[in-house]
Write a protein that binds this ligand. Structure first.
Ligand code: F6R
Length: 360
């Protein structure tokens, strides 16, 4: 049941510290700090030169996050919408790994892209929450995210767990195929270990509810981010539109000035995600929105320069760029949740959506 919570979505948002702790448990070798994904002995990803990640919706945002983490680790990777794959799949060869990212493991678009990749001769791996799901059975290998059951139609904890697992997987693939220096890992692993505790602290605050109330009734809601903050901006907007039924869009921070600024007015709050990746540029993009009268809500750590510049801020604990966006995403989940609650929407079962979409 929902326990003390009004909705499964809120319960599942609050389950994220546990879900993440479960996701990483036993998957990091404490003796040498290496990523020891069970079922994948050292060298599993030897020879992987190129990764394609296929997914839909929120899982696509996690896949995009994973592809950027792979790129940053020196591996060629592209995230592709599974529903576009049949007409635009890039070529695969025997150095290509195709990763299906699907919480349910039953999304028809994703299954059909996975089958196409298999037929083309790619090695395949499914990242999923559901043991025994079709995508888990059909891929060569499976990595389970262990988030526990997610009842709310809006994906929350599964997104966070997928993104974290893909971040770990990126490090493992780079280590196997490139002998990547453990330097990246030395900063990532301690931050990962403290993430469940940081999320507990974040979830104990109610600033997101205040912001949702303050900007209730706006014309549109925009979300911007750069680097790993970009998939977070896309996900912030998708969650917002799917459960509030209000208009929301996510943009790469630098894209705002290439068209979308035409939509920016005093009636369009802009949520700006700061991950530590060229934040000064994102801040400048946010100021361009302020010049058009838009209120800016910075999602950033305490003491960040954006706190002074922005109209409001939502605090996230200080973390590595690899994980900061995921902390920011939880604040945005809470904003969407509270905005939808104020509008009295059927949060756990939004109109026209299904938990797993089994038609193409
Ligand atoms: C949004 C949402 C959907 C799913 C998408 C893919 O909150 O839940 O966008 O992410 O339908 O579903 P899976 O991950 O089961 O393949």
């Amino acid at each position: 049941g929902k326990g003390e919570y009004d909705h499964f979505m809120l319960k599942e948002i609050h389950e994220q510290p546990t879900a993440l702790a479960q996701a990483i448990e036993g998957r990091i070798d404490p003796t040498n700090g290496r990523i020891a994904l069970e079922d994948f002995p050292p060298g599993t990803f030897d020879g992987v030169e190129n990764v394609q990640l296929i997914a839909c919706g929120t899982s696509y945002h996690a896949a995009l996050y994973g592809s950027l983490a792979l790129n940053q680790a020196g591996i060629r990777a592209t995230a592709l919408l599974a529903n576009e794959y049949s007409v635009t799949a890039p070529p695969v060869d025997d150095e290509t790994l195709v990763i299906a990212v699907t919480q349910s493991g039953e999304t028809a678009d994703t299954l059909s892209a996975l089958r196409q990749a298999t037929d083309a001769g790619a090695d395949t791996l499914t990242v999923t929450n559901v043991v025994g799901s079709t995508a888990a059975r059909e891929a060569d290998d499976t990595l389970f995210i262990r988030a526990g059951p997610e009842i709310g139609v809006a994906a929350t904890k599964t997104f966070s767990s997928q993104a974290v697992m893909l971040t770990l997987l990126a490090q493992r693939i780079a280590a196997d195929s490139r002998g990547a220096p453990p330097a990246d890992l030395q900063s990532l692993l301690p931050d990962l270990a403290q993430m469940p505790g940081q999320l507990e602290d974040l979830l104990a605050t109610d600033d997101a509810a205040t912001i949702a109330r303050q900007y209730q009734g706006s014309q549109s809601y925009f979300f911007i981010g750069r680097g790993l903050g970009y998939p977070v901006a896309l996900e912030g907007a998708l969650k917002f539109k799917e459960i509030t039924y209000e208009h929301a869009e996510g943009f790469a921070s630098g894209e705002l000035k290439h068209g979308p600024l035409a939509l920016v007015t005093p009636d369009t709050p802009v949520f700006a995600v700061f991950t530590g990746e060229e934040d000064e540029k994102t801040l400048k993009n946010a100021e361009e929105a302020q010049t058009r009268g838009a209120p800016v809500i910075a999602v950033c750590p305490e003491g960040h320069r954006a706190v002074e510049v922005a109209d409001e801020h939502l605090e996230i604990p200080a973390s590595d760029a690899e994980l900061a966006g995921l902390l920011a995403n939880v604040q945005l989940q809470l904003v969407s949740y509270h905005a939808a609650a104020l509008l009295d929407r059927p949060i756990d079962k939004p109109r026209n959506l299904a938990k797993s979409v089994t038609v193409e």
